[in-house]
Each structure stands twice: as C-alpha cells, then as structure tokens.
Ligand binder design. Structure first.
Ligand SMILES: Cc1cc2nc3c(=O)[nH]c(=O)nc-3n(C[C@H](O)[C@H](O)[C@H](O)COP(=O)(O)OP(=O)(O)OC[C@H]3O[C@@H](n4cnc5c(N)ncnc54)[C@H](O)[C@@H]3O)c2cc1C
Length: 670
C-alpha cells in the first residue's frame, strides 16, 4: 500500500490508536469480543480524512489503483457492524466534512460528517429544525443517517431520515452523481440510501427543515395489556391525529424500567432498565451475590417472573407544533386513548428531557460478563401481534427481553426489543439467529432503522432476494473494482421464486393489495363495493402513479411485487424498513404486478375546505388528502381542523397561521 501518494491529497494516519478506533462500530458483538468473549476485530491499514467530494474522489481513485478496500466511516455509532475497518482497508473518516451550508426556506445543505446535534443546533439558531432525533443524535452523522435509513424519535410526525432527504451528492469510483432534486437523469437515491456505503460515498446532502415547534403537549396512560393499547394507538393514527411521539412499553419494560410510577421515575429511558435490572436482582438476598450473572444465565426464569408481576403497560403520547393545532390533536387523541388510565403529563415530559440518555451506560453489563443489545423490527397492524409474540419468544429462549412500540404509522408500527444475556458469543449468535428467523416468519422487516451491517446480511438478503440481482448490477456499474465496503450489502441468495401476494384488503392496517395494472374504474369499483377507496386517488392504474410526490410522513406504497429480469421480486408490505435500499417506488411501471397501498373507509365522516393543502401544511395543519384543490380532513377531529383551515383563507392563499394576528390565533385555539 503506497500511502505517500495518498498523503499528498489528504491527511492519513497509520497510528495504532486510530486504526483500532476505526476497526469497528458499536455492534454489541464487537463489544463482547472486546470484553474478552472472542477475538478482536482486525484493524484497517490506515485512516484518511477527506474534506470534500474531490478529495473523496482522489481517495477512491488511489484505492482502485492500489486494489485497497474503502470503508466510509461516519461516527461509528452503527450497531450492526456496518462501519468496520477490515484488515488491509483504508477507512475514510468523514468527520472533517462537517460544514453546514445554506439554510434557506425549508432546506439546509450540509456535508455528511456533521454530527446530528450540531446540525440541529445550527438550525435552531434560525428557528428551524429537522426534528430527526435518533437516540444517537450526539454521536452519529448526517451521512450515516442517510446511508443506513435512520429513524428519529419523532418519526411518526416527520418521517424517517430518508423521507427528509431531498438530494444527495454521491462519489462512486465510476464518477460523481446527484440524487433527488440534484439528479440529472436516473435518480439513484432509493438505492444509495440504505446501501451503507457500498454504492458510493455521500459527500453532500440537501435536507428538508421545519419550524421549531412552538409548543408540545404530552400525556401518559396505563393500559391493562399491550393488545388494548395497540387498539387505541391504531385508532389514534388512523384518525389522522399525527402524534409526534407514541411509545408503548410492554409489561416487562414497564416493570423493569419503572415507567409505571410517575412518583418514582428517575432516568429510566433506555439505560435505566439496566440499572433497574441490577436493583431488582440486588433486592433478592439469595441472588445478591450473583448480581447479573444468574438472571442472565436463566433468562426463561426471569422472563416468566417479570411477566408474572405485570402492572400493565405505559403509553406516552406527545404532540408538537402550532398551539391551536396541538390543542385540537391532543384533545381528540386523549379521547381515543380513554381506554387507559390517565397518568398526567409528568412521564412524557420526563421522557422528553431524558430521551437521549439511552444506552451509554450499557458497559457495566458487559463488565459483569453479560451482553445487552436491541433489535428493531416493523410490520403492519394486522401482523403486529404475531411479530411481537414470535420475536419475544425467540429472544426469550436466550436472554431477558422487553420491548417498546414506537415509530408508529397509520398502517403499522415498529417494535424495539431490548435484551440482555450471558456474555458468550454462542448465546449472542443464537439469540439473533432465532430472532431474525422469527421476524421473517411473522412477516416483519428484519430492520426498521438500524440497517443491515454484518449482523443482518443474510436476513436482509432473504428479505430483498428479488432485488438483489439489480443491486449487484448497479454495484458493478458504480464500483466496478468492488472497493467500497466489499462483500456488502448482502450476498445473492438462491431462493425459490415467491408467489405473488393475493389481491385483498387488510381492514385492520387499512391497506389493500391490488392489481397494479388494473384500469382505475374497475379497481375503484371493486374497492367501493367492499366499502373502501384509495387514500391517494389515482386516475390511472396504480403502476402509473407510483413515485408521485409524497409528504415525509406518508406511505404511498407499502408493498409491491414486480417482474424483474424474468423473475418475481416481492417487497414485504411494511410501513418502513432499513433492511437495505428501498426501490419499491422506483421500478419501471410495466414491471409491477401488485401494489399494496393505503385505503380509507367510504363511510367515514369527512370535511372538505376550500383551502389548498399547501396552505394548510404551512400552518402545521395536515389534511388527510387534497381533492381537486380542496383540503379534506377525516376522522373525529375533522370539523375542528377544518375550522382552523378555514381561517387561512381560500385556495392559493399562502398565509400561514403564524402570520395570523395573535388574537386570531388565540381564538382559533379555543
Ligand atoms: C446509543 C445509540 C442509540 C441509537 N439510536 C438510534 C436511533 O434512535 N435511531 C437510529 O436510526 N439509529 C440509532 N442508532 C444507530 C446509529 O446511530 C445509526 O445507524 C446511525 O445512522 C449511524 O450513523 P453514523 O454516522 O454513526 O454511521 P456509521 O456507523 O459510521 O456508518 C454506518 C454505515 O454507513 C456508512 N456510511 C457512513 N457515512 C457514510 C457516507 N457519508 N456515505 C456513504 N456511506 C456512509 C458506513 O460505511 C456504514 O456502512 C443508535 C446507536 C447507538 C449507539
């Protein structure tokens, strides 16, 4: 490896400390190895710090000539072993690319190495925000978010990070290109986001911003069971009440993390459950001397004990935005959550204040000979019970397990399992193997926002088997020598051709799987006879309308099946996934066989207002859809929201509620 030529372009280090630091990300398996359970991961040969796209291009050209593997590295906060500087590789640490560019209107440009919190701080100074708020916001980069399809804590209102990205500049060995609004010709954005640096290095981003929310309002409720709470959560989402936060803790999480009592609440989010686990064990004299080792070694016993002492489940709901809108949404939301016992605002406010305390204190569990990890899966509402039970049982054979439900969408939600076991690699690997199989069996995506890495390569390969050949063809085009994260994102797997999903309506998840090429009249007639209509009407076949612009919080296509290169590819119907790239809306129209799309009930009360959707959106009001230029509000809050919308003026007016006289705003909130 001739580093002298590279040194003339970028700073390079072969220092042992740098190489060891860039040998891995925060995949707990690596931490377990570090704690003595296995061999240490190999270190890269060198680390380089480019400053812009041109320097990245120079590094890639050098690596191609030298035959050296390149590992793009954001902040290394990934938890699946994606950013891992393998032996003989050059790590491109992107953190010197930390310039924030133009903050203009509702966008910001920035380089990929900007740490999340720094971007939010810069935006806040001018009254803007992305509101992308992963728990790792202090230790992850904007480029890493796009590369692995990250989700933040307010994703229900603002979407996942890939929904907020309007454009990317990408440097690949074959040349630089733009995506989204920066694309000239083919838009490779859906392939690059989620490719985890295997198709190109993201060198600049254009990201959507929103005003810093004027107010927020939280509430907490205790439900007797997760099933009862799911019903209320689903009702709330499907009533278009757009919470920014909706988090349900299962009985074990509620119990161990202590969320059940507002008076005893301390820093319980995330890291707290580890402390509580220790406290729980220490409180039993016979177990005290064994601290964590005994319960971790006997996960089935502890899981059963924790289930047995169930004190219900805690749900936290929160709204934020313009005061008048928040008041309406929170009031109607509380009514839909009335099946639970109200616990006041304190728990929610506490969660908000401590929302980033997560996981930084997991080291003690490794020090005591255990491991702690998390797994995030997602599916539709109708498949949620099977996914929860299946994965919990699979993990529970090997580890103490608890879960919370967050990242909630109209069509489904994600489940975030936290689990801790005895610190042996064979136990760790068995827990993951069983859990990933259980997730796939229950029809869930194996990754909602942590991405693929080494951990989920095989599982993602099975989930995306149908598009893998296209991915590999694109990789060969963009990176002919295969220097970018070699071997990733996933291998080609030989699987039998899947059957096409049946044409059917899923009334629980409010989605319908339909013939993608069917003429509109025939399709709409069939739906109408069953009492449904498309949430996003289309005058042609569904295939012809795929790829239409959407708001970041909307899902226009949940699932799809298509014939690609003579074979059927099936995309699971899930609200959001990070199991690799997501080109389900970027295939040739003629290839689609079926599409799974959102539907609404025809007998539901609607109120239409002669105001454009864009005017409503500028005032933080979200119509369910726009029909012929009129904003349509649905569900229990429709009349109240429509009343707020009428104050904004007729179609074409761009006057936002922020521009209304203060007195008007106060009245509209009353
Ligand atoms: C305590 C903790 C909490 C977390 N909470 C969340 C959460 O709430 N939500 C969430 O989504 N994730 C969460 N994560 C996971 C992690 O923060 C995300 O996956 C994040 O997106 C990774 O960003 P990073 O900059 O650290 O990327 P890295 O880990 O450095 O890299 C991730 C992958 O992206 C590639 N990559 C990085 N930068 C670029 C680039 N510019 N161009 C091309 N490829 C690139 C790397 O090669 C690698 O394959 C959490 C992690 C921790 C440790």
């Amino acid at each position: 490896m001739n580093l002298d030529r590279l040194r003339s372009v970028v700073p390079v280090s072969v220092d042992a400390a740098e190489r060891i630091a860039h040998a891995r990300d925060l995949w707990p398996r690596g931490t377990l190895a570090l704690a003595g359970a296995g061999p240490l991961p190999p270190s890269p040969e060198a680390v380089a710090w480019p400053r812009d796209g041109e320097e990245i291009a120079a590094c890639l050209a050098w690596a191609e000539a030298e035959g050296v593997a390149i590992v793009p590295y954001g902040a290394g906060s990934g938890v699946c072993g994606a950013a891992a500087g393998r032996a003989g590789s050059l790590v491109l640490d992107l953190k010197r690319m930390n310039r924030i560019g133009l903050i203009e209107g509702d966008t910001v440009t920035c380089q990929p190495g900007v740490l999340g919190q720094h971007l939010e701080d810069a935006l806040e100074r001018v009254g803007r925000a992305t509101r992308h708020s992963p728990s790792s916001i202090w230790c992850s980069t904007v480029g890493g978010w796009a590369a692995s399809r990250s989700a933040g804590q307010f994703s229900s209102k603002y979407g996942k990070f890939e929904d907020m990205v309007l454009g990317l500049k990408v440097v690949a060995p074959a040349g630089a290109f733009g995506t989204g609004v920066w694309a000239s010709g083919e838009d490779l954005g859906p392939w690059v986001m989620g490719a985890e640096g295997s198709l190109g290095v993201i060198s600049e981003l254009l990201v959507r911003t929103v005003p810093v929310p004027a107010v927020r309002k939280f509430g907490a409720w205790r439900f007797a069971s997760v099933e009862a709470a799911w019903e209320s959560m689903r009702a709330l989402l499907q009533a278009d009440l757009h919470p920014a936060v909706l988090r349900l803790y299962d009985p074990v999480d509620t119990r161990i993390a202590g969320k059940g009592s507002a008076t005893t609440v301390k820093a319980k989010e995330g890291a707290g459950w580890l402390d509580e686990l220790r406290t729980l064990v220490e409180s039993v004299p016979a177990l005290r001397s064994h601290l964590l080792s005994l319960p971790l070694a006997l996960p089935r016993l502890l899981n059963a004990l924790a289930q047995g002492v169930s004190s219900g489940c805690i749900l936290i709901a929160g709204w934020e935005g313009e005061p008048d809108v928040v008041e309406v949404l929170a009031r109607h939301g509380a009514a839909l959550l009335s099946g639970g016992e109200p616990l006041g605002e304190e728990l929610g406010e506490h969660w908000y204040a401590h929302r980033h305390d997560v996981s930084y204190k997991s080291a003690p569990i490794f020090e005591r000979g255990g491991f702690a990890d998390t797994m995030e899966v997602a599916t539709t509402w109708s498949r949620l019970p099977a996914l929860y039970k299946g994965v919990r049982a699979a993990l529970g054979r090997h580890a103490l397990v608890m879960a919370h439900f967050s990242h909630v969408y109209q069509e489904g939600c994600s489940i975030y399992f936290s689990f801790a076991g005895v610190g042996r690699l064979d136990v760790y690997d068995a827990a993951w193997r069983d859990a990933l199989s259980a997730a796939a069996e229950a029809g869930g995506t194996v990754a909602h926002h942590h991405g693929v890495g080494q951990l989920k390569m095989a599982a993602a390969a099975r989930e995306l088997a149908g598009i893998a050949p296209r991915f590999h063809a694109l990789k060969a085009r963009l990176d002919p020598a295969g220097i970018l994260n070699p071997g990733r994102l996933f291998p080609l797997v030989d699987m039998p051709e899947p059957a096409a999903p049946p044409v059917e309506i899923d009334p629980v998840s409010r989605i319908a799987t339909l013939d993608a090429q069917q003429p509109a009249a025939e399709r709409d007639d069939w739906l109408a006879k069953a009492g449904w209509e498309l949430r996003f009407p289309s005058t042609g076949s569904l295939a012809a309308s795929v790829g239409a612009p959407r708001q970041p919080w909307e899902s226009r296509v949940l699932g799809a099946s298509a014939r690609l290169d003579g074979r059927r590819a099936v995309f699971l119907a899930v609200p959001r996934s990070s199991a690799g790239p997501d080109p389900r809306e970027a295939l040739p129209a003629g290839a689609y066989e079926t599409l799974t799309v959102p539907v609404v009930r025809r007998d539901e009360a609607v109120v239409r207002v002669d105001v454009s959707a864009s005017t409503c959106l500028a005032a933080d009001l979200r119509p369910a859809r726009e029909i012929a230029g009129s904003a349509e509000f649905r569900g229990p809050a429709a009349a109240d929201l429509a009343a707020l919308a009428r104050r904004l003026g007729p179609i074409g007016s761009e006057r936002a509620s922020a521009d209304l006289p203060a007195a008007d705003r106060a009245r509209s909130g009353s």
